[in-house]
Design a binder for this molecule. Sequence first.
Ligand SMILES: Cc1cc2nc3c(=O)[nH]c(=O)nc-3n(C[C@H](O)[C@H](O)[C@H](O)COP(=O)(O)OP(=O)(O)OC[C@H]3O[C@@H](n4cnc5c(N)ncnc54)[C@H](O)[C@@H]3O)c2cc1C
Length: 422
Amino acid sequence: MRDTLNDIVVVGAGMAGLHTAEALRERGFDGRITLVGEEAHRPYSRPPLSKEVLTGVGLDPSGGGPGWLAGHRALRLREDAAVDALDLDFRPSSRAVGLDTAAREVRVAGPDGTERALRYDGLVIATGARARRPDTDLAGVHVLRTLDDAEAVRAAFGSGGRLVVVGAGFVGAEVAASARAVGMEVTLVEAAPTPLTRVVDPRVGRVLTELHRENGVDLRLGTGVTGFEGRGRVERVRLADGSAVEASLVVVGIGVRLNTEWLRGSGVELRPDGSVACDAYSATSVPNVYAVGDLANWPHPRYGGRVRLEHWTNAAEQGEAAAHNLLAGEGRTPFTPVPYFWSDQYKMKIQLLGQGTPADEVAFVHGSPEDRKFVALLGRDGMLTGVLGLRSTPRTMRYRGLLEKPTTWEEALAAAGVTPAR
Ligand SMILES: Cc1cc2nc3c(=O)[nH]c(=O)nc-3n(C[C@H](O)[C@H](O)[C@H](O)COP(=O)(O)OP(=O)(O)OC[C@H]3O[C@@H](n4cnc5c(N)ncnc54)[C@H](O)[C@@H]3O)c2cc1C
């Protein structure tokens, strides 16, 4: 280990930040680790926010500890004792507002708004993303990114009425499914022709369309939202096709903005989309400054360019990799994960290993979309790029090894026991 690192500051107390801090300790770093987090909570897991927290399933009312996450056992990443054992200088309700890389100082606004400078020898940027908000001040229009957001939506579910979900990406689709599970009337509005259009083959999108409809969701596809109406509180959502949908509650899931504004002018290079430009080791353009999780953008040799992943598993794995590289000095390791993402909707698990786009070549190698149970190989330019599974966890995971190295489309089909069509 290098002897120059005494103070490491990790900014962002989410999944990536916690894993970075843990991995620093696991690798023997015994200096000071300061973990700065804008939220009042200890690090927690976001996937249950659109699932268990909204349905109430899997919550354990006794699962919280004093002062945090009461009733939300599903959100806990670690037991309190395990977090305490990391001996972190944890600063909740504290927001990084600027970075001076020459002086090696992060400017942090504390809970009372007072700004202080935190000196570092090593810095890890893990401030993730926030939900994109629609342009309206009406009450009853929500987004879903934080525990506080989810609690507000769950409380609003309690009043019943009609929910309009804007956007059928994974967050919107899961909110619609959870709302149906607790008996809300739901309209799901999506500008694209099928749900999850950015990632999946239209045939899979059609399965999801049917699932929503069979579960009683009023699905409006191929039409965007033009505005929200109401007197102080939302009453109606206007759609681009000229129609309007009555709403007592709206949840908007239209993607994220990356929390990197505090880095502007610091010398840490940002990409045009606001992500942090990293090298293969998750290092930024400034020495001893790394970036991890949703906001990191880095070159991945198996995907022919740069990638940025909004995946829970990636936030964990990249935190571990960056901690290793920050401490390793010369012995750094490139970060070349197999991307992994899952979504749960109507008790069905969708899993994507690798990457997927609707333009991919698709071969269903087990089951079929009609069975609503399948494993599909995804390919591009003669190479295997992803594996998509529905209700087929063990079979899907079996193909992970093929994505750990370059695998041709033909090799992948052969591994699945499929003879390629000539
Ligand atoms: C509702 C929901 C459901 C999801 N479901 C799934 C799923 O099923 N499967 C899956 O693979 N992924 C899922 N994800 C995605 C996954 O949760 C994210 O990829 C992961 O949380 C990213 O972790 P992160 O640490 O990079 O960022 P974040 O989780 O965004 O954490 C960043 C933290 O930094 C804090 N912060 C921001 N700015 C500052 C600042 N200036 N100073 C200090 N702190 C700051 C934020 O408040 C936040 O606590 C879901 C996400 C959401 C929102």
